[in-house]
Write a protein that binds this ligand. Structure first.
Ligand code: F6P
Length: 544
């Protein structure tokens, strides 16, 4: 298959021409010209009110962007994904995270087999296990019930579960303490377990491959930590369960495969927390909430699959992202949730987006001549306002931002929520409209100070406003971004489902490990910088 570069598509060329005409248009003028703009450029679907009016675009921009989506085959590729075609071409795999939240009676066929019954069998096994843990029926080795759950995993086997656990903490069973260990830095494990009783602790070893060095190192340290107190290898069966696609490695580690929760190679790591990788989350929030979350995912999947492009939330979010990334040359996107529970959402989206679309070749392996995935970053509001918003407002870089907020708080305390939301609305207003030098001077600011207090404005934002952060809404939000990433990857013609870019570092670390651990100082044959750094570490690591 030979691919047309996006820049060769008529819609792309038309967008480039259109861009040269409207690049300097100010949002102030766009709003002044159309009093209905703040209502016109909005879509409401799936309980999410999406206002994209504070973006530097016109109806013509949207028409051309939608044509780009059509010309890029977004519809066809979406169908191919939902049908289980092997669109992950570099690994020859289907991409079917949508099957993880398909209803029980759905049918999704891969290699001649309907995978939905297997998905529900695992969900049922997870529910049963969760009930046994939370009811106290499942006992630790010494007969005590489990009070602590520690998920050990990294990347997709950590970021999703921890993000969703934090996001849905309001719904969590407070009798159970949940911790998440990911880093190979021993500090992570030590601090996560220092106040826990091994007799009451369950470790969930979450790893798609069950070979990831960080996870396996933490898993072995967890086993040593537990057995130091429990003193019997048989305790492993009561205190360790696994979530993996690799039964052979799970059993090699010593976990009974009866205590393994399966998932499949057609689930990418960063698309997996709605699979068994979410076991820690299910234990925390309970099977019913977990299923409501899956229902939220599924209804966004259906919205994405069936809604016309011009009212399709993931498609619109993706296209507007392309507009800034490829025409305005914006390098980053800020994710700014105004809900403290969504504190880890930007970090989760970093992996989702950057591991998926951080690619420099197209599906044919040709070097691309256009920008692909943006840098994703952010923190919850209002904290970020007192840190980096200065640069977004008055710096020299264009930083499109997604503002995510809720009409109702889960924790009503005095005036807090109104104050939070006042800031939420104020920021997008300030970013769009700014404050002119004349306005600043009219406030009585001295001439020599005016420039410093001027805000150019014209800084674009998306606003996503929903009623309440529920399990269902979290599922919808995650699926929204999953499909946004998919649409962008489709337009950029990259494989959003592999991650070869993380391999080289792993290979080189494996080469260096014996150079650090071997009792005989091994000769080093790296570059002069790496050699000197390793030498210095070897000489000084044991000095007090
Ligand atoms: O480092 C890349 C990666 O493969 C991610 O894609 C994945 O989520 C993570 O490592 C963890 O992998 P595993 O679940 O196999 O331990």
């Amino acid at each position: 298959m030979s691919l047309k570069q996006p820049s060769q598509l008529p819609a792309w060329k038309a967008l480039a021409e259109h861009f040269s005409k409207i690049r300097d248009q100010h949002l102030r003028n766009l709003f002044a010209e159309d009093p209905e703009r703040g209502k016109r450029f909005t879509v409401e679907a799936e309980g999410i009110y999406y206002d994209y009016s504070k973006n530097r675009l016109t109806a013509e921009t949207m028409r051309l962007l939608l044509a780009l989506a059509e010309d890029s085959g977004v519809r066809e590729r979406t169908e191919a994904m939902f049908k289980g075609e092997k669109i992950n071409v570099t690994e020859n795999r289907a991409v079917l995270h949508v099957a993880l939240r398909a209803p029980r009676d759905a049918e999704i066929i891969i290699d001649g087999e309907n995978v939905v019954p297997a998905v529900h069998a695992v969900l049922d096994k997870m529910s049963d296990f969760t009930n046994r843990i939370t009811s106290g029926e499942w006992k630790g080795f010494t007969g005590k019930p489990i009070r602590n759950v520690v998920n050990i995993g990294i990347g997709g086997s950590d970021l999703g579960p921890v993000m969703a656990y934090e996001a849905l903490r309001h719904y969590a069973n407070r009798e159970i303490t949940c911790r998440f260990v990911s880093n190979v830095d021993g500090t992570d494990f030590v601090e996560a377990t220092r106040d826990l009783d091994p007799a009451e602790t369950l470790f969930i070893i979450s790893s798609k491959t069950f070979t990831t060095i960080e996870t396996m190192t933490n898993a072995r340290s967890a086993r040593d930590w537990a057995l130091k107190t429990l003193q019997d290898d048989k305790a492993v069966a009561k205190h360790f369960v696994a979530v993996s696609t690799n039964a052979a490695e799970v059993s090699k580690f010593g976990i009974d495969t009866a205590n393994m929760f399966e998932f499949w190679d057609w689930v990418g790591g960063r698309y997996s927390f709605d699979s068994a990788i979410g076991l820690s989350l299910m234990i925390a929030i309970g099977p019913d909430n977990f299923r409501q979350m899956l229902a939220g995912f599924h209804s966004m999947d259906e919205h994405f699959r069936t809604t016309p492009l011009e009212r399709n939330l993931p498609v619109l979010l993706a296209l507007i992202g392309i507009w800034y990334n490829n025409f305005f040359d914006a390098q980053t996107v800020a994710i700014l949730p105004y809900d403290h529970y969504l504190g880890r959402f930007p970090a989760y989206l970093q992996q989702l987006d950057m591991e998926s679309n951080g690619k420099h070749v197209d599906l044919d392996g040709n070097q691309v001549n256009y920008q692909t995935g943006p840098i994703i970053w952010g923190q919850p509001g209002t904290n970020g306002q007192h840190a980096y918003y200065q640069l977004i407002h008055q710096g020299t870089k264009l930083i499109p931002a997604d503002f995510i907020g809720f009409n109702q708080t889960l924790n009503p305390v005095g005036r807090h929520h109104d104050l939070l939301m006042a800031n939420f609305f104020a920021q997008t207003e300030a970013l769009a409209f700014g404050k002119t030098e004349e306005e600043v001077k009219a406030d009585g600011v001295a001439e020599d100070q005016a420039a410093h207090r001027t805000f150019e404005g014209n800084r674009p934002t998306n606003t996503l406003l929903a009623d309440r952060l529920t399990p269902e809404m979290l599922g919808k939000l995650v699926a929204l971004y999953e499909h946004k990433v998919f649409v962008q990857g489709t337009i950029w013609k990259v494989n959003s489902f592999d991650q070869w870019g993380v391999e080289l570092g792993k290979v080189l670390a494996n080469r260096i490990i014996p150079e650090l651990e071997s009792p005989q100082a091994q000769e080093l044959s790296h570059d002069s910088s790496t050699n000197t750094l390793i030498e210095r570490y070897r000489q000084r690591r044991n000095k007090q």
